[in-house]
Design a protein around this ligand. Structure first.
Ligand code: NDP
Length: 439
């Protein structure tokens, strides 16, 4: 039932999952008897709230806040917070829905949730960010807790914001507990969490390639985005001997054929929080394409010759036009660090071409998986070493890939990891829902 165009992204995500479930329901019709579909597309709870805060000029600003607690069959709600002016309840609903199946694929005890605000962090002072985060948490704190709902970061929410949110939660509740993940390393955070989504997307690509007798070494790679996921995707690509030559932000795309200067990128984006165009001051031979000059219906970053692609910015950033160019140029591995970055038409082209395609809900699950490791460390009051966290992350990504590949094969379309991810994730949640009765 399509009742609201404002939920277009949610319908896109839901239709992809439901289409994949056809062969599962044909073979196991009992899922129909429990009305699992009708229940799973309906969030358990959606919270919409006002956030009022005071800017540096002393004016009152008002934003919308959201938290969706979508499905708790497998564990406490878990999923990030997004602060971006484009955020609507439909965006949060799509992200929350994807999160259910992604979290199930990790095989860890976490349910699906998501949240955020239409607040735009760009151009805000540090004090404004702090006051906004405090105002956001002043409402959110009554809905979350370490065994009920544990938010994390997403677009516009990184270590700085998690710090301000945590400080306000502690002040309001008087409790020092693992209610957020992505915390600072000296106050409850997990080593390796910041890196986990990007590293995980690269491990996933490596697993896909290995299963085809290939690997990442020596491959030229396209990466989009220049935030948390993109930066650590680039870092791990270098570690595995690949050459990442691009990154992008909402203003433009950078192409450095020698390979992206990672320490400069970190400085520009993590410290200075400035535009990618600044990169040219240090590397005048690199090329920058402003968003206004992108090809029609496409994005400059996907129009550069390479072997593999890692979309790490945002949803629907890779169109059918882009997919055709990627395939024509010989890209044979796509691993999604972002959530739903490829349009449906682009995904269909990848599947038709039978290239190694890792959908976001599988390929970027390393972030939420490591968040669950942070929860485990918090509840046992321990901090694990980088080696231990990374070892677990590698194993989790290998397991996710194996589950997706095995399930795809079981349902007659080997190599279709979209089919494999959706059926494998759905089956775990649906079975738990049936065992827990009608709720
Ligand atoms: P960040 O805010 O750190 O970075 C986002 C990057 O994408 C920025 O470079 C931003 O550019 C760019 N971007 C954002 N919106 C747009 C847009 N509409 N058009 C073009 N570029 C855009 O976020 P993350 O790196 O954390 O998240 C990136 C993606 O990964 C998202 O899809 C997120 O849901 C997903 N993800 C993140 C996880 C995590 O652990 N952080 C876990 C799993 C998935 P600019 O700064 O100019 O806006």
């Amino acid at each position: 039932k399509r009742s609201s165009p404002a939920q277009a992204e949610f319908y896109q995500a839901a239709e992809e999952v439901l289409e994949c479930l056809r062969p599962l329901f044909e073979r196991f019709p009992h899922y129909h008897d429990h009305s699992i579909i009708e229940r799973i597309v309906e969030p358990e709870r959606q919270i919409l709230f006002r956030i009022s805060w005071i800017d540096d000029a002393g004016r009152v600003q008002v934003n919308k806040g959201y938290r969706i607690q979508f499905n708790s069959a497998l564990g406490p709600y878990k999923g990030g917070l997004r602060f971006h002016p484009s955020v609507t309840s439909g965006t949060i609903k799509f992200l929350g829905f994807e999160q259910i199946f992604k979290n199930a694929l990790t095989s860890l005890p976490i349910g699906g949730g998501k949240g955020g605000s239409d607040f735009d962090p760009k151009g805000k002072s540090d004090n404004e960010i702090m006051r906004f985060c405090q105002a956001f948490m002043t409402e959110l704190h009554r809905h979350i807790g370490p065994t009920c709902d544990v938010p994390a970061g997403d677009i516009g929410v990184g270590g700085r914001e998690i710090g301000y949110l945590f400080g306000q939660y502690k002040r309001l509740t008087g409790r020092y507990e693992g209610v957020l993940t992505g915390k600072g390393l000296n106050w409850g955070g997990s080593i390796g969490r910041k890196e986990a989504t990007g590293y995980g997307a690269v491990y996933f690509a490596q697993n896909m390639l290995n299963s085809r007798g290939d690997d990442l070494k020596g491959k030229t790679c396209l990466v989009s985005g220049a935030g948390n996921v993109a930066i650590y995707t680039i870092e791990k690509l270098y570690e595995l001997g690949a050459l990442p030559v691009t990154c992008s932000d909402s203003r433009g795309t950078l192409h450095d054929p020698k390979g992206i200067d990672l320490s400069l990128l970190k400085d520009l984006k993590e410290v200075q929080r400035t535009s990618l165009e600044e990169y040219l001051h240090h590397h005048p031979d690199a090329r920058y394409t402003g968003a206004r000059d992108y090809p029609q219906d496409g994005h400059a970053v996907w129009h550069i010759a390479a072997d593999a692609a890692f979309p790490c910015a945002t949803q629907n950033e890779l169109t059918a036009t882009d997919a055709k160019v990627l395939l024509a140029q010989g890209v044979h591995c796509i691993s999604e660090g972002a959530n739903m970055p490829s349009t449906k038409a682009a995904v269909d082209l990848f599947l038709e071409a039978k290239v190694a395609y890792g959908p976001g809900k599988a390929a970027n699950a390393g972030g939420v998986a490591t968040s669950q490791l942070e929860m485990a460390q918090n509840s046992s009051m321990q901090q694990w070493s980088l080696e231990k966290v990374d070892e677990k992350l590698k194993l989790i990504m290998a397991n996710i890939h194996q589950q997706c590949a095995d399930t795809a094969e079981e349902f007659g379309d080997a190599n279709n990891l979209v089919l494999g991810a959706n059926i494998a994730g759905f089956r775990k949640v649906a079975d738990a829902m049936i065992e827990q009765g009608v709720t």
